[in-house]
Design a protein around this ligand. Structure first.
Ligand code: GDP
Ligand code: IMO
Ligand code: MG
Length: 428
């Protein structure tokens, strides 16, 4: 099983970082193929807690080669801060490879992200404010700055000039902000060039060569299916392809090389930022999930919105991504709930709808149809085999499996690296 894609099946923060870390010692390369430092992955190793944003989570495992591929947008200040912080904690970061084709997030992208959100007022998306949307907009608009541009100052200057000609008009005339000079931007970017240079590579070639040699490569998605720019709840999405298809375009590895697609999914649902969320809870159960699940964002610290498990979303994610295995996380958070509701379908304008509705308007006013499952009270955080889970917990997992479109191959029972029950091998 040499090429494995791992993606989020809901609205992010499913525990992808932990799942990647779990596979760490069985993989040779871990590739970030989309997004940027909007991601926030918390990985708990023993008593140490790591918060990763731009670097793939596999960096925490000795011997794994981390790769930032072409589909990522890179804020260089964040990259080096993160590398330095990990080095200071004894993590070997020397193997990092960075694609020459990845795009850069510059100061004007960060500024534009913040001012456009402010301008949207009530219609704002609730972005992470990291410049992600504006950087991808420039990429698609063909005025982006790429990693390789750092090594040709003339080209860099020309490209920044071209981008700023238009952006300064927008900043000054629409948003009443001061213009940004070419020298400021070029000067800042060039301070990173020398340090970045040895990491820059043709990462597509390296990954394909590694696969030819029988190495195991894990493609770690940032964000998630419902935040995907094509398949998510547009416009309340991020600006990249967070689904498994994005792993191909975002890395230069062809889709027919992928052997397995792991969807990470929580035993309930959370969302950060604005947008529709049918199973969202506004009562004490919502508070319960927030508090017990410690549902506060790793990147912005915002309180996550919480709700029950949504099976139509799981089926949708299974289909869009070709999920072969789910990793179901945070089952332990549900311990102590007497009867656990699961959304099995929606009611829209009086009719039952079993799949994700075609129209976003319908999704906005879809109300969940719930089925209730009996809960359990035993502490499951120390359980390591499926048979040792309480019967009701097993039945809950099996019920989700039956309605979610793919098998539940591993089950998270706590934040720690080893707090996991494996039913089917995820790599072999
Ligand atoms: P990611 O963005 O998908 O990598 O997920 P985040 O790291 O943003 O959020 C997931 C959070 O849940 C982290 O704080 C993890 O330590 C934690 N976590 C992951 N799996 C489990 C689990 O099975 N049980 C519990 N209680 N916490 C978990
Ligand atoms: P991980 O990888 C949860 C959300 C933001 C906002 C929308 C757009 O940790 O699962 P952006 O800054 O990307 O333009 O914001 O997407 N968002 C996330 N929500 N987890 C993430 O990443 C997210 N990355 C972006 O809250 O609603
Ligand atoms: Mg996260």
């Amino acid at each position: 099983m040499p090429a494995i894609v791992l993606i989020g099946a809901q609205w992010g923060d499913e525990g992808k970082g932990k799942a990647t870390d779990l596979l760490g010692d069985r993989i040779d390369y871990v590739v970030k193929f989309n997004g940027g430092n909007n991601a926030g992955h918390t990985v708990v190793v023993g008593s140490e807690k790591y918060a990763l944003h731009l670097l793939p989570s596999g960096i925490l495992t000795d011997g794994v080669i981390p790769v930032i591929a072409n589909g990522v947008v890179i804020d260089l200040a964040v990259l080096f801060e993160e590398l330095d912080a990990l080095s200071a904690r004894g993590v070997d970061v020397s193997r990092l490879r960075v694609s020459a084709n990845a795009h850069l997030i510059t100061s004007y992208h960060r500024t534009l992200d913040k001012v456009t959100e402010r301008f949207l007022g009530k219609r704002q998306i609730g972005t992470t404010g990291r410049g992600i949307g504006p950087a991808y907009a420039d990429k698609i608009n063909r005025v982006g700055i790429r990693v390789q541009d750092l090594f040709d100052e003339n080209i860099l200057r020309q490209k920044v000039e071209g981008a700023l000609d238009q952006k300064n008009q927008i900043l000054a005339k629409i948003y009443n902000r001061r213009a940004i000079t070419v020298d400021e931007v070029v000067g800042e970017l060039l301070t990173y060039a020398e340090r970045l240079k040895p990491m820059v590579a043709d990462t597509s070639l390296e990954l394909n060569t590694a696969l030819d040699a029988g190495k195991t490569v894990l493609f770690e998605g940032g964000q998630a299916t419902m935040l995907d720019v094509d398949h998510g709840t547009y416009p309340f999405v991020t600006s990249s392809s967070a689904t498994s298809g994005g792993a191909a375009t975002g890395s230069g590895v062809a889709p027919n090389r992928f052997d397995r697609v792991i969807g990470v999914i929580k035993a309930y649902t959370t969302r950060v930022g604005a947008g529709p969320f049918p199973t969202e809870l506004f009562d004490e159960w919502g508070e319960f999930l927030t508090e017990k699940g410690a549902e506060f964002g790793t990147t912005t610290g915002r309180k996550r919105r919480t709700g029950w498990y949504d099976a139509p979303i799981a089926r949708y994610a299974s289909r869009i991504n070709g999920i072969t295995d789910f990793v179901l996380t945070k089952l332990d958070v549900l311990t102590g709930i007497e009867s656990i509701p699961v959304c099995v379908a929606y009611e829209i304008d009086g009719a039952r709808v079993d799949e994700m509705p075609v129209s976003q308007t319908d999704f906005h006013h879809a109300t969940p149809i719930y089925e209730n499952f009996p809960g359990w009270t035993e502490d499951i955080t120390g359980v390591r085999t499926f048979e040792d889970l309480p019967k009701n917990a097993r039945d809950y997992v099996l019920a989700l499996e039956a309605m979610s479109g793919s098998r539940m191959s591993a089950i998270g029972v706590g934040p720690g690296r080893d707090a996991i029950v494996v039913r089917h091998d995820l790599v072999g």
